[in-house]
Write a protein that binds this ligand. Sequence first.
Ligand code: GDG
Length: 470
Amino acid sequence: MEQHERVVIVANRTPAAKSAGGLATGLLDALKEKPSLWFGWSGELREDDCNSVQLFSLERLTVAAIHLAREAHNRYYNGFANGVLWPAFHHRLDLMSFNEHDYAGYLEVNQHMAEQLQPLLRPNDLIWVHDYHLLPFAGMCRALGVTQRMGFFLHIPFPVPSVAQAIPRIDELLDAMCANDLLGFQTEDDRRAFVTLCRERRPQKPVPNTGVYPIGVDPHALQKEAEGEPQVQLWPNDSIQGILSVDRLDYSKGLPERFKAYALLLEDHEELRGNVQLVQIAPPSRTDVPAYVDLRHQLTSLTGEILGRHATLDWQPLIYVEQQYERTALMPLYRQARVGLVTPLRDGMNLVAKEFVAAQDPQDPGVLVLSRFAGAASQLDGALLVNPHDPGEMAEAMRIALTMPLQERIARYQRMWSVLCASTIDGWRNRYLHDLRKVREQRRPAVPFSVSELMRRTSETAELAVAKAH
Ligand code: GDG
């Protein structure tokens, strides 16, 4: 049995033939060693050729990529996934913007992907679906008659029930998610929120198998990368103590709150002026979604305020960079920083926090200041945990980090290094796949999920909405 098994990854994006970031980084190496398949969107928008699958090989991994039409992608990705699910799952209902047309597009793309994947499947495949773009994917597959073992992993937080219930169509999405054999979450809080919601919204139906699988990094590989020659010497001769932040430009990452806390630190601690510098790397993402445009304006304005108030001819308190860097280039930068400042308002895990720790010099490590609302806070007990909504608390944590004696820095680093080594990306993948295999041994094939009614109802409502809009 085992030798015929093939792992099939389904994700919004396929890995590029050359470089890979985020999710791909953690999965690619292992997948290249055994026959496996990675299925998802190619990243290309085309008006033709959306009904064929492009195949290429990365060693023993086959990548199967589909193209999407611009309009379909816009409704699925910008409209529902990032206009509704992302804000709501990050507890930002104020930024959620629902319409039937986008929701129908989201379902259609999931359905299209399920239809394109089905002919590529083999009987012993182990299908592992990733993230909020693909909540209904398992339901669509079951409706097509796919009976293979199928699991889902959510990379972002799951909202508490009182927030989740405000998401239009959440019951339908829950039903479709429950067509998976195993649902994995980053933290116990996320898992519990999901199970509680299932019990409240589907009291007559069984709760599916769930588990907690905090995503990790490869600490030894990152440490080695960090020892490499830096492209830039940010703070030569230790003349200035560096604080480093690296985030996608996203409202969940708490950047304005962080800038305000840093401004407060400079305001309250004259002795730090001229001696400290915050470097914020923040490559823009999802630039078609309005909330991201607003955030960018807010940040450039805050940057101007801080520079105007505190900069001198020979000292810049803040460097704000929107350029994107490869992970390998980031590691030596993390190592130069005295403080890693990672303060999301809410985050599934936050890999930057783990990468920062992995990159430190064990003899002279920097200090991690970490939001207690990042999934990583449940593991990294050597960090200074802060409330990202409290500028005073964050400023004080920065001050403590900047003045922390070497011995305490080493002790905190060692605790976190042990956690990283005990919870690696390989361990994450192996534990998840092990549990997915085991779950099916205990359980009959998943019940078929009826999606046709859902699709029919949604497209009717969407047609109505479009008709009204015209
Ligand atoms: C989602 C969840 C969860 C490379 N260059 C840059 C850059 N990178 C890499 C970082 C890091 C990754 O991108 C960012 O990962 P995060 O975990 O911090 O955040 P999300 O992108 O929001 O990822 C998150 C993750 O999935 C995995 O499950 O931890 O909670 O939201 O590996 O090295 N990152 C940035 N600039 C670069 O130039 N920001």
